[in-house]
Design a protein around this ligand. Structure first.
Ligand code: TRP
Ligand code: SF4
Length: 400
């Protein structure tokens, strides 16, 4: 009933690096060509962990937007905005909080993990516990169907689905719902009405998921239905409630963890990153000083690529022929490590070239980014306001 839509966000807590590019942005760029996408700077989320030192957030917000644009996120295809400029997210978060059991939040695996990992910060706060619920509001407010995230975020999406289901269950009730739904079925015309009933029974009594899908597809095609009848018919298929919020799906980024300079996953907390727009000299120096197979002490010692972090980067940045040359050269001490590293340096610089170029126009004229974001905020806000009208009405808050 609601069209496919993609929503994702990132926290502005520092410069983006190539790990973000391979792990998330490449995926966003692919999706924006296929579906309507909204991408936002999760500045309120950044505050949940940086409330004691928010100074980094503002600069990171603008830098991150430039990084996105540099990477190829295209404002003519995607809507780019800043979370705090769409205050409806906060309203939905508050309303959802009323019916969210504490246990759901405490059970989210990232909650305890992060508290342990960030032990130097006091995260025994209300905001930090509520983080996944704010994230739920970010997504549900756009009735998004797909959320590109890393695998650590899958439990958050699961929780969002539960929240949406619970909301529809609690607030999608309507007096005389079944009668109203049956009236709406009649409006489908006798042939479709019969099919609707058959498919509904096949799903509800025999649990046939494909019947549900078929019925939904039929409703998608049906003309002449009012929005409210449509909501009823979708809800009636699955139960006895209107569908006000949509259950989103996690869209996992195919395993594309970029190794960092030390062979561990590239991550700011490991200090092993290359930033998206890092300058040439610095990239060259970082790769040249990367550790290699520890057994290769001297140039004449043979090495084993499998024990070398540089080799992992060759998997991302080099051609097959280069890799063959390396396996031979490394294991026979035929090539030196500096020689071996050059194709990685070249590969990274080649990847960054178009990004530097795209970034330049925005660095030269920051008002361009401001305009893109202002436009994105307007668009996002309109969508958010539509959902909030329905949410307030469902919760009995639409009196004036
Ligand atoms: N929690 C996400 C992260 O830390 C960022 C985020 C906030 C997000 N809201 C979101 C991601 C909504 C997807 C959808 O990476
Ligand atoms: Fe690593 Fe290459 Fe040196 Fe072998 S030659 S140890 S793969 S850097």
């Amino acid at each position: 009933m609601y069209p496919d839509r993609v929503v994702s966000g990132m926290r502005p807590t520092g410069a983006l690096h190539l790990g973000h590019y391979h792990g998330a942005l490449k995926n966003w760029i692919k999706m924006q060509a296929e579906l309507p996408c909204l991408f936002f700077v999760a500045d309120w989320h950044a505050l949940t962990t940086h409330y004691d030192d928010p100074s980094v957030i503002e600069t990171s917000t603008w830098d991150m937007l430039i990084d996105w644009l540099a990477a190829g996120v295209d404002p003519s295809q995607s809507t780019l905005f800043i979370q705090s400029k769409v205050p409806e997210h906060a309203e939905l978060h508050l309303l959802l909080s009323m019916a969210t059991p504490l246990g759901w939040l405490e059970r989210v695996p990232t909650y305890k993990d992060q508290i342990e990992k960030l032990a130097h910060k006091d995260l025994a706060t209300y905001g930090f516990l509520g983080y996944p619920l704010l994230q739920a509001a970010d997504v549900l407010i756009y009735r998004a169907t797909q959320v590109p995230v890393g695998d650590d975020q899958v439990p958050h999406i699961e929780m969002m689905r539960e929240i949406a289901r619970r909301f529809n269950h609690l607030y999608g009730k309507e007096k005389g719902f079944a009668e109203k739904a049956e009236d709406a079925v009649k409006k489908l015309g006798s042939k479709r009405a019969k099919l609707y009933h058959e498919l509904r029974i096949a799903f509800q009594q025999e649990g046939r998921d494909e019947a549900l899908e078929q019925a939904k597809a039929m409703l998608d095609d049906a003309q002449n239905l009012s929005m409210i009848d449509r909501e009823r018919l979708f809800g009636y298929l699955e139960g006895s409630r209107k569908l006000i919020l949509v259950e989103p799906q996690a869209k996992l980024t195919a395993d594309s963890r970029l190794p960092g300079l030390d062979g561990q996953k590239m991550s700011k907390s490991y200090g092993n990153t290359i930033t998206l727009r890092e300058d040439k000299e610095s990239v060259t120096k970082k790769v040249r000083t990367m550790p290699t197979d520890p057994a290769r002490v001297r140039r004449t010692d043979p090495g084993d690529p499998k024990k070398c972090p540089v080799w992992q980067l060759h998997q991302v940045y080099s051609e097959d022929s280069t890799r063959e040359w390396i396996v031979k050269g490394c294991t026979s001490a035929g090539i030196g490590c500096i020689e071996c590293k050059q194709p990685v340096i070249d590969g990274i610089l080649k990847e960054q070239g178009p990004m530097q170029e795209r970034a330049q126009q925005y660095l030269d004229d920051p008002s361009l980014v401001r305009a893109i974001v202002a436009d994105g905020c307007d668009k996002a806000r309109k969508l958010a306001q539509e959902t909030m009208r329905d949410v307030r009405e469902a919760m009995g808050l639409s009196y004036s």
